[in-house]
Design a protein around this ligand. Structure first.
Ligand code: GDP
Ligand code: MG
Length: 303
């Protein structure tokens, strides 16, 4: 750090499921702090990604994507509530929009809500510019800025990194002088056990088809560190139905083996040590209604 005064701020990243919120935060933070998937509703809970740029410590609050009002189940309601909490905690909002898609229902809800958030500074981020022509981007930017007068608009590719530095430079300039809240080397507030479970859940999302991933959850049951630095992690994949077991195990256990291998490799990357990962599959029929599960993710079951 230079002799400059420390600057600090919370920045909430909001927007449609799949807009690229988790991808952007992971890119900025430089380590995986949030799970990314092409399926919606992968991010169940708020995650903080902590970045340092020059003399600014910028804490990004990842939100689970905001759903329309017809919330069918408790899990969804709790997720929506958690997303708005993320907004309440931040002084800066980044509305992330997938520029390759039509303006969606969640974006409209957010734009409506921004009218009340007059004390917050709002930026528009058009994402996925690697997939779209410049003219179309300008049209979209004009249209959205007509609905809400954003302080600034950025065009980025969260995946490739284009435009991300501009955004960081801008954020770090505008943040108030305030001492950093977190140690310099901390990148997330997510507990390690939860993070490790999220890595496995991401692999399940990648490998499983259709609805199955929504009906499972992963928990880290045991975490043991050895003298040689290696870590033994036991996790249980809870499924809603006995019939799902066959699919997750795969032929002769080949699927679970593949998932375990992918998760282990990523955990070794993140933890920078050798990992022994053991996965178990158990049926827990009503886990979606089980309040304890919500608490684990920091969600409120009665939201
Ligand atoms: P979230 O639901 O908003 O957190 O979205 P994710 O970060 O999980 O991303 C959803 C999907 O969009 C993933 O498949 C990402 O790889 C993809 N994605 C995110 N950003 C970009 C981008 O800039 N360009 C392209 N082509 N794909 C992206
Ligand atoms: Mg996400």
């Amino acid at each position: 750090m230079s002799g400059d005064k420390q600057k600090f701020g919370f920045v909430a990243v909001i927007g449609e499921p799949n807009a690229g919120k988790s991808t952007l935060i992971n890119k900025i933070v430089g380590t995986k702090v949030s799970i990314v998937s092409p399926k919606v509703q992968t991010t169940r809970t708020r995650v903080l990604g902590i970045a340092i740029y020059k003399n600014s410590q910028i804490v990004f609050v990842d939100t689970p994507g905001i759903f329309s009002a017809d919330q069918k189940n408790r899990m969804e309601k709790a997720i929506v509530a958690s997303a708005w909490e993320g907004v309440a905690d931040a002084e800066v909002l980044l509305l992330l929009v997938d520029a390759t898609k039509k303006i969606g229902a969640s974006t409209n809800i957010i734009l409506e809500r921004l009218k009340q958030e007059t004390n917050k500074r709002c930026f528009l981020i058009l994402n996925k510019i690697d997939k779209i022509k410049r003219e179309e981007l300008l049209d979209l930017s004009l249209k959205l800025n007509e609905i809400h007068a954003f302080e600034a608009t950025f065009m980025v590719s969260a995946l490739k990194g284009n435009g991300v530095k501009d955004l960081l430079v801008h954020l770090s300039k505008m943040l108030p002088e305030e001492p950093w809240h977190y140690p310099e080397d901390q990148v997330t507030d997510m507990p390690m056990r939860l993070m490790a479970a999220e890595v496995t859940r991401e692999k399940l999302f990648k490998m499983m088809h259709q609805e199955l991933p929504y009906q499972l959850t992963v928990e880290t049951e045991n975490w043991e560190e050895f003298d040689d630095g290696s870590i033994k992690i036991d996790q249980t994949i809870f499924i809603a139905r006995e019939a799902h077991k066959k699919i997750i195990l795969g032929k002769g256990g080949s699927m679970i083996k593949k998932i375990g291998q992918m998760a282990r490799e990523e955990l070794e990357d993140i933890l920078e040590t050798r990992v022994h990962l053991k996965l178990f599959v158990k049926v827990r029929e009503n886990w979606l209604d089980d309040e304890e599960r919500y608490a684990l993710w920091g969600l409120n079951p009665r939201a």
